[in-house]
Ligand binder design. Structure first.
Ligand SMILES: *Cc1c(COP(=O)(O)O)cnc(C)c1O
Length: 396
């Protein structure tokens, strides 16, 4: 079957929810992908921050193969070892409380929203509110969607879940203003990913922490994109002055297998009780075995140092290019703001044509999320490709 056949079948059978680039990938290794024609691509999108240990990382492949050939699923009515070992590892590396497993990022956030609402009701709040920033992305199920202001504005999908509000991005004063007696939680991304890589200032994070403490509300950090080593520490909050009450993870966590997790402090881990939440697939042995293998690679001071070093090389290299206005983000999570008049979508398409995969989250921004295991010469190669693509646009 060639690309034209695939496109015809997609057009006939798949819902039109995605806009795909005209490429069929058939194989991956490390930071490289190959299409059906055998053309090689350097992947600086990494499956949207999922393939952070590289495509088909041998340690992850072996863990999945081994577990899949022994036991794939039993349900949450029984015990399996990978699940409890993964929970221990995630808790001990973060907030020290309990873990709930999910199958995706949006589901990890649903768990966090349930915790926030129940915690608020226990504190006597009748109509709890959850506050986020404009531009935040928390997922596409109805709870997470309601906390994603841009998408929640789509009235065709309404009515939206009540009890959510948003304030202008990175506006500490506005946040302080709305967080009050009805606030159950502040649910935010420490670095906005989908909207184009916009980090929150430390002062704003501190303001959020303080406002939550004063109101008895929970600070929930969505690290689905920024966590798991992406910024050069295992969790993004570890490079900020705040510690959340609840942390959500997904994307990189499974290294390509679908898994999400909601992590808590010891106190908040007690909020959900039997019957409050559940999932048939979640915490399954194959996904958890994959995640344990990913953590083995990512939760390593040497790798994390490399992420910070290569991130600095990439940032400096980008800033030196004609056509680059600014570089936002941390570690290997970078948004490249292009000079006015440069069509980022056209640059992205040209890069793809030239064998470099990047993402264009908004007009004027290239988003780079390479595997954390990317090699230095691959970083140089990407810089070269972006430099020459920009050259033809910056001049015009
Ligand atoms: C991708 C993402 C989500 C949603 O995760 P899914 O697995 O697509 O449901 C939520 N929050 C952030 C910050 C994300 O980047």
């Amino acid at each position: 079957m060639n690309l034209t056949d695939l496109q015809a079948l997609e057009e006939r059978y798949l819902m039109r929810t995605y806009k795909r680039a005209p490429v069929e990938f058939v194989r991956g290794e490390g930071a490289l992908l190959w299409d059906a024609e055998g053309k090689e691509y350097l992947d600086f999108l990494g499956g949207i921050s999922v393939c952070s240990v590289g495509h088909c990382n041998p340690t992850v492949v072996e863990a999945v193969r081994e577990q899949a050939s022994r036991l794939m699923h039993t349900s949450n009515l029984f015990y399996t070892e990978p699940m409890v070992r993964l929970a221990e590892r995630l808790s001990e590396s973060s907030l020290g409380g309990r873990v709930f497993f999910a199958n995706s990022g949006t589901e990890a956030n649903e768990c966090a929203i349930k915790i926030a609402r129940k915690h608020a009701h226990r504190g006597g709040i009748e109509a709890p509110e959850i506050v986020s920033f404009d531009g935040d992305f928390h997922g596409r199920t109805y709870g997470a969607l309601a906390a994603t202001p841009k998408l929640a504005a789509d009235s065709d999908l309404g009515p939206m879940l009540p009890g959510f509000r948003s304030v202008p991005f990175d506006d500490a004063a506005a946040l302080r203003e709305v967080v009050g007696e009805n606030t159950a939680a502040v649910l935010i991304e420490p670095i906005q990913g989908e909207s184009g890589i916009y980090p929150l200032g430390d002062e704003t994070l501190l303001a959020a922490r303080e406002a939550c403490d004063e109101a008895g509300a929970l600070l929930i950090l969505d690290e689905i994109q920024a966590g798991m080593g992406r910024t050069g520490s295992l969790w993004a909050y570890q490079q900020t002055p705040v510690r959340p009450d609840v942390l959500t993870s997904a994307k990189t966590l499974g290294g390509g297998m679908p898994i999400g997790a909601c992590l808590t402090t010891p106190e908040i881990g007690e909020v959900l009780e039997p019957g409050d939440h559940g999932s048939t697939f979640a915490g399954g042995p194959v996904a958890c075995a994959a995640a344990l293998a990913v953590l083995e690679i990512v939760d390593d001071p040497a790798l994390l140092r490399r992420v910070r070093e290569l991130g600095a090389v990439l940032r400096d290299g980008l800033l030196a290019l004609d056509g680059v206005r600014e570089v936002r983000g941390r570690g290997l999570m970078l948004g490249v703001g292009l000079e006015a008049g440069i069509d980022a979508a056209a640059v992205g398409a040209e890069l793809l044509e030239n064998g470099l995969i990047v993402n264009v989250p908004e007009p004027g921004t290239l988003r780079l999320l390479p595997p954390l295991t990317v090699e230095s010469d691959q970083v140089e190669r990407a810089l070269g490709a972006i430099g020459s693509a920009l050259l033809s646009y910056a001049a015009t």
